[in-house]
Design a protein around this ligand. Structure first.
Ligand SMILES: Nc1ncnc2c1ncn2[C@@H]1O[C@H](COP(=O)(O)OP(=O)(O)OP(=O)(O)O)[C@@H](O)[C@H]1O
Length: 399
């Protein structure tokens, strides 16, 4: 069984493994203020990780995570496959116990609190509706748990509120087989919403959607977050999704958090080479060389060092984003090399050029006439945009 399947098999009844909003979303009219205003009214909670680690035998899935998520924030854990995102989320849900450290929801240490007592709802990429129950009963399911003791009037009110908010109010009498995939996923979200949790945990909920719907769904989800006012933790390896949805992104790699910050801050000022390369499509170009004469000099590389940047014993490398490079006459160039490919993208072109043994990417105007095989000069459009990193530690220097 895969780790995800193991986790899914451990779902308690009232944390159904849900997924949201796949397929058609046009019907999702967020016009009910009832659930929204009540959710905002009941204060959203903070989440805090203190020195949290999780080991599976010899595998260190998560190591030394310290992270504070403010109430009502939309925070995304972003990183490549296997970096520990889902394990981190599962520890907040209580589906995995940390091997070390503490997790707080608000002021409460929930490290060993059972999932059902944490006031959270988890929404997964794959959803599981009960085929023999109507849409109404599927949404009502968590409210039927004996321990909740919700009255019938209350159940009806909560289900119809959620259904109205998600544009499902005309479908409540149907069975899951009688609605579309997208509507089913909205049902799954409704099932999370009726619990009026203070924290939503969303594990790659859009990954089954086609590109167009994904993009559309991002703004729907953002809108929903604003209306609900709940704290939302989102897991994805899709940086576009993370950038557009999040107040804060925590970039993870090999079980560790590399950097935490607002999307723009991470993009503009990556703390280290991993974040610089990981964020951006394509990522930041990294140029190597030796420091001499106030410049970074390498094969095809001559970049002036700003006064704020001092080289340590480990040496320096420069980082320039593809959109910050412009063509220039070779005598003025910071980078000189031979064009390998030019891809026309409609609004602009993506050029790849060999600068020494580094393949550099640059976004150029759509009308550019540069051809493969041509020798070109490139420079940063604005020198202040060039980032500097210590080669030995990988850490950013000078900002
Ligand atoms: N139950 C488990 N038993 C053993 N190893 C596990 C278990 N769950 C996760 N792992 C391992 O821990 C590491 C982190 O896994 P995790 O699922 O948290 O990563 P992820 O970043 O969510 O990956 P993906 O994006 O592929 O879902 C991986 O090396 C994974 O193989």
């Amino acid at each position: 069984m895969t780790p995800a399947a193991v986790r899914a098999s451990r779902q308690p009844d009232d944390i159904p493994q849900d997924a949201i909003l796949q397929g058609e979303i046009q019907g999702m009219n967020v016009h009910s203020q009832d659930i929204a205003s009540r959710a905002v009214g009941q204060s959203a909670r903070s989440v805090r990780f203190v020195d949290v680690a999780k080991r599976f035998g010899s595998v260190a899935a998560v190591a030394d995570v310290n992270l504070t998520i403010a109430p009502g924030q939309f925070v995304t854990l972003l990183g490549p496959s296997g970096c520990g995102k889902s394990t981190t989320l599962s520890m907040i849900a209580g589906l995995e116990l940390p091997s070390q450290g503490h997790i707080y929801i608000g002021d409460r240490d929930v490290t060993t609190v059972p999932p059902a007592d944490r006031d959270i709802a988890m929404v997964f990429q794959s959803y599981a509706l009960y085929p023999h129950l109507t849409i109404f009963e599927n949404i009502a399911f968590p409210l039927r748990a004996k321990r909740r003791r919700t009255t019938e009037t209350e159940v009806t009110r909560k289900v119809t509120d959620a259904a109205r908010m998600l544009g499902l109010d005309k479908l409540l009498a149907r069975f899951p087989r009688e609605i579309s995939g997208g509507q089913r996923q909205r049902v799954a979200l409704g099932r999370a919403m009726v619990r009026t949790p203070t924290i939503y945990l969303l594990d790659e909920p859009l990954s089954n959607l086609d590109q167009q719907l994904r993009v559309q769904m991002r703004s729907e989800l953002k809108d929903l977050h604003q209306r609900l006012g709940a704290t939302m933790l989102y897991v994805t390896h899709d940086q576009g999704e993370a950038m557009t949805l999040s107040d804060i992104i925590a970039v993870m790699s090999a079980g560790r958090i590399e950097q935490v910050g607002a999307p723009r801050e991470l993009y503009d000022r990556p703390a280290n080479l991993f974040v610089a390369r990981f964020l951006g499509e394509p990522g930041m170009n990294i140029l190597n060389g030796d420091i001499g004469d106030g410049r970074l000099r390498g094969q095809g590389v001559a970049i002036a060092l700003p006064p704020t940047v001092k080289a340590g014993p480990g040496g320096l490398c420069a980082g320039i984003r593809p959109e910050d490079l412009v063509l220039c006459p070779i005598p003025e160039a910071e980078l000189t090399g031979v064009v390998r490919t030019v891809e026309f993208l409609g609004s602009r072109c993506l050029m790849r050029a060999d600068i020494g043994d580094t393949l550099v990417t640059a976004f150029l105007p759509a009308e550019v006439t540069t051809q493969p095989g041509e020798t070109v000069g490139l420079k940063a459009s604005y020198p202040g945009r060039t980032r500097w990193f210590d080669v030995a530690s990988g850490l950013a220097v000078g900002h």
